[in-house]
Unconditional design. Structure first.
Length: 274
């Protein structure tokens, strides 16, 4: 009987722990960033990279770019890299910053602050998020063609297709986590088998691993969820009534800080995860 009661208590304790996460606001910039879509922390350099789309989410107008903030939201340089179109997802591998820019993947040499290479993605229409594995394999999603492209040695191939609403990506080991398939968090293993990790109330934009199989999951309309490894989730932030978007988030796993681009509100917010 005592063993049974102990088991019940442990289960209830686990449920209570699962309900305790919250986000507490630390800071928000002024509305000075023209359509920020993605934010990526480089904690070693003390820099937040921000993709700045400019006046449109899909215009090839050459007025987009990448800006830099410090870790407290102070502007370092909003014109760090210019001449892009409508850049969205960001990923770092080594000294390179990879950018999804409508139909191209742009590779930026970080120390030089210059575009090193532009890789046209065949048949693409609306490249959205990007991730790089620890082996340097690049994956980029196309939300309009429902495809994920893979780039190895600067050559691209279609990796997965027919994924409705595909957007956020995160490569972890041999697995690729995907916001797509409707309102789901999916996992593609090394064999490209698609496994549903969780179903969410809203479609995903950014996904960030927390550890132990848990994730943060942002939905563009103004929602951020904590997704547990067992597939359950809880709503951490709801800004939709303020018409404040929550686009492609970044996460500092050491300080447990979430960085949120607000898209039409033209700011970046920082929240402490507790």
């Amino acid at each position: 009987m005592n063993k049974y009661l102990s088991l019940v208590f442990a289960m209830l304790l686990g449920l209570s722990v699962n309900a305790q996460h919250k986000l507490e606001k630390i800071w928000e910039t002024d509305s000075i960033i023209n359509l920020p879509e993605s934010v990526l922390p480089d904690t070693k350099a003390g820099v937040l990279y921000v993709s700045i789309m400019g006046n449109s989410a899909d215009a090839k107008d050459g007025i987009g770019g990448i800006g830099k903030l410090d870790m407290n939201g102070k502007v370092i340089n909003l014109d760090w890299v210019t001449g892009l179109n409508s850049p969205k997802g960001l990923a770092i591998h080594g000294s390179k910053l990879y950018v999804a820019d409508i139909t191209d993947v742009v590779v930026i040499d970080i120390p030089k602050g210059k575009v090193e290479l532009t890789i046209p993605i065949a048949g693409s229409a609306f490249l959205n998020d990007i991730t790089v594995s620890d082996k340097g394999v690049v994956y980029v999603s196309d939300s309009r063609t429902k495809k994920i492209h893979q780039i190895i040695n600067n050559k691209d191939v279609v990796y997965l297709e027919n994924i409705d609403g595909v957007n956020g990506l995160k490569a972890i080991g041999s697995d690729l986590y995907i916001a797509g398939g409707g309102k789901n968090l999916l996992k593609a293993n090394a064999k490209k088998d698609l496994i549903k990790v969780a179903g969410l109330p809203n479609g995903g934009d950014g996904i960030e691993p927390i550890g132990n199989g848990d994730f943060l999951f942002s939905s563009w309309g103004g929602y951020i969820y904590y997704v547990f490894a067992n597939g359950t989730s809880e709503l951490l932030l709801d800004t939709h009534l303020e018409k404040k978007n929550t686009a492609d988030i970044g996460y500092d796993p050491v300080k447990k800080i979430v960085y949120i681009p607000t898209f039409f509100k033209k700011s970046i917010m920082a929240y402490q995860l507790k």
